[in-house]
Design a protein around this ligand. Structure first.
Ligand code: NAD
Length: 492
């Protein structure tokens, strides 16, 4: 699509939104069902595309890209009426007879900018929540996973094409879109571009969700079952060839267990990917030669303990472990986002915590320990988007856990109801009747000490009404009115 047409695409989405047709629940549910139909009917195209983009196996794509998405769609359809409904809040005595609630409403037009590593999931999961929340959406898949982007171009055949246009293309297209006015921008990708997105959004005071990356530390305590710990870490690290935003980026452990950690990871690599990962169906490839070269350059100055074999013509890098890595080494200066796992020896949990706190707040932090004390210490003395003890990645599967970063790893969160809330405006509503004006006397000038005393009484008391709501409300109201009339008799 020519660049000069992109402002029109955003405008057309806004016009579609302004018709109001995305607001009724039936429309939203129908669009979500259509999205599910897209996934079902285009499953083969999707798995073929991901095979070409990232060498993902068919079952790997079904498991890691489509299963979670289907779960999110089902959840949204099943819960939408509850999510959309007014949410009553606790009142004070002054507003006890009023209707007070939060009404979620659509924001307007949302721009979703996807990344390439899980190109279906990171693009369509925000879309589920955006549709559920009643927004129009401009979808911009990553150009880097070009085969998947081609399949995503077919979305408008299933969804309302004016309400949910798809724009494919590269950086110029994204930059042109970022010049347009949106009501929310949902970006997944690296932190550097995240800053550009936020800068562009600031020009229109557009709120952003930034799902970014960074280095996820993985602390292994010496008192833990190293066989199980390393098996789970190996899975979390090498899935999708290490190109997972929440994969463990590096290991911190005491020197005394380093040899055993290396051996256990070696065993697990063999178990998962055979002796020859290069020919194994479930071992992926680096997305392109630019990233291949970037990752190979990270080996510089470090000792390879496992793997290291590579083949640029296929963008293949074997599952690799680097040992005795120093904090100053090249591999520790940026997010690896590839199948390379450095081990940085440290003296124990206190030094691990210090190491983590001296760096940017990670998207995920992993601790492996059989000591609850160590786990709780890690939770209370560090910060990260998520913390997992004795496992990796699996928090991603729980829709009720908000997924997102903190600090340099991002802002805002999504999954399940969180996506709906993130892409809604939670509007505060208060509906008062025009009667009972006596009750308001204490807020009008002159501000006497008596009125102040009454204001304290009425405002500092929170009232949460349950089943006996109306009875309590009526009684309180009558008592209150009588009390106020006593204090401030009407002038004749
Ligand atoms: P990418 O290169 O596909 O870029 C993402 C989008 O940004 C693309 O649509 C692209 O067009 C646009 N873009 C790139 N450069 C731009 C520029 N200069 N100006 C405007 N737009 C630009 O993806 P990536 O950044 O390589 O993705 C990998 C990163 O994403 C990693 O850091 C990873 O940790 C992170 N990530 C985070 C999550 C999460 O949920 N937090 C998920 C996946 C990936």
């Amino acid at each position: 699509m020519p660049l000069e047409q992109l402002p029109l695409v955003a405008l057309q989405a806004r016009k579609a939104f302004q018709t109001g047709r995305s607001k009724p629940i039936d429309f939203r549910v129908q669009q979500l069902k259509n999205l599910q139909r897209f996934i079902t009917e285009k499953q083969k195209d999707i798995t073929d595309a991901l095979k070409k983009d990232l060498h993902k196996s068919e079952n790997g794509t079904l498991l890691y890209e489509l299963l979670g998405l289907e779960g999110e769609i089902n959840m949204a359809i099943a819960n939408l009426s509850v999510w959309m409904a007014p949410r009553p809040v606790a009142k004070n005595l002054l507003t006890i007879s009023d209707e007070v609630y939060i009404q979620p409403e659509p924001l307007g037009v949302v721009l979703i900018i996807g990344a390439w590593n899980y190109p279906i999931t990171v693009t369509l999961q925000p879309l589920v929540g955006a549709i559920a929340a009643g927004n129009a959406v401009v979808v911009k898949p990553s150009e880097v996973s070009c085969h998947t982007a081609k399949v995503l171009e077919l979305l408008p055949l299933y969804l309302d094409p004016e309400m949910y246009p798809v724009v494919t293309g590269g950086v110029p297209e994204t930059q042109e879109l970022l010049k347009q006015r949106f009501d929310h921008i949902f970006y997944t990708g690296n932190s550097m571009v995240g800053k550009l997105v936020m800068e562009a959004a600031a020009r229109h005071l557009t709120p952003v969700t930034l799902e970014l990356g960074g280095k996820n530390p993985c602390y292994i305590d010496k008192d833990c079952d190293l066989e199980i710990a390393c098996r789970r870490i190996t899975w979390g690290k090498y899935i999708n060839c290490g190109q997972t935003c929440i994969s463990p980026d590096y290991i911190l452990c005491e020197p005394s267990i380093q040899d055993k950690v290396v051996e256990e990871i070696r065993k697990s690599i063999k178990e998962f990917y055979t002796d020859d990962p290069k020919t194994f169906i479930d071992y992926g490839r680096i997305i392109n030669q630019r990233h291949f070269k970037r990752i190979i350059a990270l080996f510089e100055g470090s000792t390879v303990a496992i793997g290291g074999e590579n083949d640029e013509s296929q963008c293949y890098i074997a599952p690799t472990v680097l040992r005795d890595v120093t904090p100053e080494s090249k591999v520790m200066q940026e997010e690896i986002f590839g199948p390379v796992l450095p081990i940085v020896p440290i003296k124990g949990v206190n030094e691990a915590i210090q190491f983590i706190n001296e760096r940017e707040k990670p998207l995920a932090l992993y601790v492996f320990s059989s000591s609850n004390k160590v786990i709780k210490q890690m939770i209370s003395e560090t910060s990260s988007g998520a913390l997992l003890a004795n496992d990796c990645l699996i928090h991603y599967t729980i829709s009720d856990l908000p997924f997102g970063g903190v600090g340099n790893s991002g802002m805002g969160c999504y999954h399940g109801k969180s996506t709906f809330d993130q892409l809604s405006h939670l509007r505060s509503c208060l509906i008062k009747r025009l009667g009972m004006e006596q009750l308001n006397g204490m807020r009008y000038p002159p501000h006497t000490a008596e009125k102040l005393r009454l204001a304290r009484l009425l405002l500092l008391k929170q009232v949460s009404l349950g089943r006996v709501r109306h009875l309590v409300q009526a009684t309180t109201l009558i008592m209150l009115a009588a009390f106020v009339v006593l204090l401030f008799p009407p002038a004749n």
